[in-house]
Ligand binder design. Structure first.
Ligand code: ADP
Ligand code: MG
Length: 249
């Protein structure tokens, strides 16, 4: 959670715009996330939340504006992009694990290929992470042998294995059966407590209340509100946020 108030932003979006054809999906987005800060992004379906995440990770290009991670602008392509992209860990709604690789291999692949770790060192670090998310005993299994909640925890471990500076989560629990949601959220709360910088798209208000330093409300490609969780949930300022909250709470 937030520590040094005066520290420069770890993630900084300045006047970011993006269109899909005639759809202005990101409209003049300005967002700063400080080191150790946890920002929850909420908003109606189609408001641009996933596009925002993918833009931060350079899975999507932007039309104009600037995105900096730890002060560095992401290049459009090449080796430098792969290296800088490793600074941003991403966890999606669908776990996207490699189906034909073991849980352990899923976690070690990136560190070996991108970071050049030896297999032994990658295995050691991966086992530590798998223990941390509570699936160490599943290391030799294939993804399909695990529950959705376990697979999502592996996806978190896999992202952490790259030692990212910031973790992005795009609706990480919305594909899960209800009884598995908390086991994933608990891992995320733990990460937040350990000081990880996080941007989390979620409608899990319990998580937002417990772990978020700020809630950013998006609607129609714009950031409409950016406030403290309690403030946002009890006194949303805009009609759009009031309307949205009345539907999900
Ligand atoms: P959210 O995650 O908030 O639901 P998205 O970022 O996924 O919103 O989508 C925002 C808008 O952009 C939606 O109207 C969606 O249909 C549109 N969109 C998303 N991806 C594409 C794409 N690759 N091409 C065209 N339109 C897209
Ligand atoms: Mg989305």
């Amino acid at each position: 959670m937030t520590s040094e108030a005066a520290a420069p932003a770890l993630v900084e979006l300045t006047a970011v715009n993006k269109h899909y054809g005639s759809l202005h999906v990101l409209q003049d987005i300005n967002l700063q996330v400080k080191r150790g800060e946890v920002v929850v992004v909420i908003g109606p379906s189609g408001s641009g939340k996933s596009t925002l995440c993918r833009a931060i990770n350079r899975l999507e290009t932007i039309d104009d504006g600037e995105i900096r991670i730890d002060g560095k602008k992401l290049p459009a392509e090449g080796k430098e992009l792969a290296r800088l992209r490793a600074d941003v860990g991403m966890v999606f709604q669908s776990f996207n694990l490699f189906a034909h690789k073991t849980i352990l291999e899923n976690v070690t692949l990136g560190p070996i290929k991108v970071k050049g770790l030896s297999k032994a060192e990658a295995d050691r670090q991966a086992m530590e992470l798998l223990e941390r998310v509570g699936v160490g005993h599943q290391a030799q299994k294939l993804p399909a042998q695990l529950s959705g909640g376990q697979q999502q925890r592996v996806a978190i471990a896999r992202a952490l294995a790259m030692k990212p500076k910031v973790m992005l989560f795009d609706e990480p629990t919305s594909a899960l059966d209800p009884e598995m949601i908390n086991e994933v959220l608990d891992v995320m709360v733990g990460l937040a407590k350990d000081g990880m910088t996080m941007i989390v798209v979620t409608h899990e208000m319990g998580f937002a209340r417990k772990a978020a330093d700020r809630v950013v409300f998006m609607s129609d490609g714009q950031i409409i509100e950016d406030s403290q969780p309690e403030e946002f949930f009890t006194h949303p300022k805009s009609e759009r946020a009031k309307d949205f909250l009345s539907k999900i709470l």
